[in-house]
Design a protein around this ligand. Structure first.
Ligand SMILES: CSCCC(=O)C(=O)COP(=O)(O)O
Length: 257
């Protein structure tokens, strides 16, 4: 890793800056629970139609078929854009009614605030850009970490971190697949940086390998609750457990972070 060159830091979401359990056990179930009301009230509403029309034909035949399809691909965690766009729409009410807020790992907010002074921060997630905006708009200021779980502290206020990212939000629609090198080339270009000036951090080794293949700097973030890494991945890739380690590497390299 050469952090002296890095001018932009691109972050994955799930398993990197927030626990996988927040996405799987809070956001996804909320979306599934909210869907029947949306389907019964808005099936023919133009606002809902723009989400519905991208679904496969067999899911569009009835609200029941639609609900079953969404349930199936959510359970399988299939990260297709049409599901992600709909989820982003469904999450909104949850955030706006304080049904949940975003728990970031405790090292994340301080790192983002420090890094944003000298680096461009960006997100690259399978979650849609709209979902990313909500995710960042309702971040719990205080979290409680207990073993593998990090959750918003009871009564915690929220803080909007969108300003730190200034719209540098990438998803599979505007950047492409997270496991293809071309997507990372595209992101570097969008950030107006050379590939080696961009650092990508993710829990997903295939994403990290694709970013490295594109010429970015990249590391695996191994958080409590993530899938175990193979020996091969541990040997081949830089693995960190906290964003603080990037700060330490920067200090050792004399890089400004
Ligand atoms: C933007 S919050 C919802 C995140 C989400 O739906 C998801 O699938 C997370 O994917 P990532 O690529 O960020 O691990």
């Amino acid at each position: 890793m050469d952090l002296t060159k890095v001018k932009a830091i691109v972050l994955d979401i799930e398993g990197t800056i927030c626990p996988i359990s927040f996405v799987k056990d809070t956001l996804f179930p909320y979306a599934l629970e909210a869907l029947p009301k949306l389907l019964s009230e808005k099936w023919d509403d133009p606002e809902f139609k723009k989400y519905r029309e991208d679904f496969p034909d067999e899911a569009k035949v009835s609200p029941e078929a639609f609900q079953a399809h969404v349930q199936d691909i959510t359970k399988k965690d299939i990260k297709v854009a049409y599901l992600k766009n709909l989820q982003g729409h469904l999450f909104r009410t949850g955030y706006e009614t304080s049904a949940f807020s975003t728990p970031l790992f405790p090292d994340v907010i301080p790192a983002l605030k420090t890094w944003s002074a000298h680096k461009d921060l960006a997100i690259f997630s399978s979650g849609s850009v709209d979902a990313q905006k909500l995710f960042l708009a309702y971040v719990a200021e205080d979290v409680v970490t207990d073993g593998a779980s990090t959750k918003p502290a009871p009564g915690s206020k929220t803080v909007d971190l969108n300003g730190l990212f200034d719209g540098r939000l990438f998803d599979t629609v505007n950047a492409g697949s997270k496991v293809e090198r071309e997507s990372y080339v595209k992101i570097a270009k969008a950030l107006k940086r050379k590939e080696e000036e961009v650092l990508f951090l993710s829990d997903n080794v295939n994403e990290v390998r694709a970013a490295l293949h594109a010429g970015l700097d990249a590391a695996v973030v191994n958080r409590p609750g993530n899938a175990p890494l193979s020996m091969e991945d541990e040997n081949d890739l830089l693995v960190i457990e906290s964003l603080d380690e990037i700060k330490h590497i920067a200090e050792l390299e004399g890089a400004e972070l």
